[in-house]
Design a protein around this ligand. Structure first.
Ligand SMILES: [Cu+2]
Length: 338
């Protein structure tokens, strides 16, 4: 039996943690700072990657009846995939992904002991430098590995893989999704990327990477987005241009609705979230500016009181209004550059 004093200390520690969480829900006095990947020390980069690898190694906790869902990461991937048309090109795109990135950050902490905060990838830096393929995000040692490469495998799904970095084919096999957009469904495959510039193929059949469409996500584009007055105009361009083009120029697992398979998904979406937060500027009018449609047929008007669909991923459906301000309600974070 434990001495009474140790039990008392334990009870005190639990009590302190619980009240800290309650307080965070009321006022956000000490927001967590999300930094750009390049601002992290090598130790901080390694810690994020360690936790991201960890989540891919844990068993699933949801979707008992979906065989393709095997890992804890698959729980997230499947939710995003199955909700695809309810969370993209509809009004809740930004608050839903804000909730989702935060959930992922929380899981890194609670299930993988992550000690940092969610980093973001400001791709406009790489776009302005016109050097996207050499972004430090793709570094094989301090980053997420680079473009997919042809392997010597003849097995479908294993012929083009990311072969370097912490998520290389030797470390990671994915069960959700299928990187060939022409063939849908879930099949085992290596994690892959297929950098491209939307310029087709050369005479050898190799993809022309070119500048990777940097004109769609450079700082000029972002400034155009920040200049819109109304939420629907701002989000239409943010989602349709830089957000979508990052998915398509990286491609491979970043392309289809199973894109959370790509670890950069969360750094990409943190940056999309940052763009929204920057546009909002914690200005009262903009913190309440939410409009559009709940469905992609644009028949059901959206409201800030709408619940957001999450399937089994959380215990309660989040409400849009609770995800408007990154420093209120369930959220308490900011970005290093706003
Ligand atoms: Cu998405």
């Amino acid at each position: 039996m434990l001495p009474r004093s140790i039990l008392t200390i334990f009870a005190l520690a639990v009590g302190t943690a619980a009240s800290a969480i309650t307080r965070a829900n009321v006022t956000c006095t000490n927001p967590v700072i999300r930094k750009e990947w390049r601002e992290l020390t090598n130790a901080e980069k390694a810690e994020y990657i360690r936790a991201a690898v960890c989540l891919r190694g844990l068993p699933k906790a949801k979707y008992a009846d979906i065989d393709a869902v095997t890992t804890r990461m698959d729980d997230l991937v499947y939710s995003h995939f199955a909700l695809n048309t309810q969370i993209h090109f509809v009004a809740n795109f930004l608050p839903w992904h804000r909730w989702y990135v935060k959930l992922h950050e929380d899981l890194l902490r609670t299930e993988c002991g992550f000690t940092g905060s969610q980093p973001y990838w400001d791709w406009s830096i790489d776009a302005d430098a016109k050097d996207m393929p050499n972004s430090p995000l793709f570094d094989p040692v301090t980053g997420f590995g680079g473009d997919g490469k042809r392997t010597d495998s003849y097995e479908p799904g294993f012929q083009r893989c990311v072969v370097d970095g912490p998520f290389a084919n030797t470390n990671l096999t994915l069960a959700m999704g299928w990187p060939d957009m022409n063939e849908s469904g879930n099949r085992l495959h290596c994690f892959t990327r297929e950098f491209n510039g939307g310029e087709g193929n050369d005479e050898n059949g190799d993809i022309i990477i070119g500048e990777m469409q940097v004109g769609a996500y450079n700082s000029a584009v972002m400034n155009t987005i920040y200049a819109f007055d109304k939420f629907p105009d701002m989000v239409n361009m943010l989602e349709g241009l830089p957000h979508a083009q990052i998915h398509s120029v990286i491609f491979g697992d970043m392309g289809p609705a199973t894109s959370p398979n790509e670890p950069l998904f969360f750094l990409h979406h943190a940056n999309v979230d940052r763009a929204w937060a920057k546009w909002q500027g914690r200005n009262a009018t903009r913190l309440a500016d939410y409009a559009g449609f709940q469905d992609s047929d644009r028949t059901i008007p959206a409201s800030i009181t709408d619940a957001m669909p999450i399937l089994e991923l959380g215990d309660t459906e989040p409400i849009v209004k609770d995800y408007m301000d990154i420093q209120a309600g369930p959220l308490c974070y900011t970005y290093s550059s706003m």
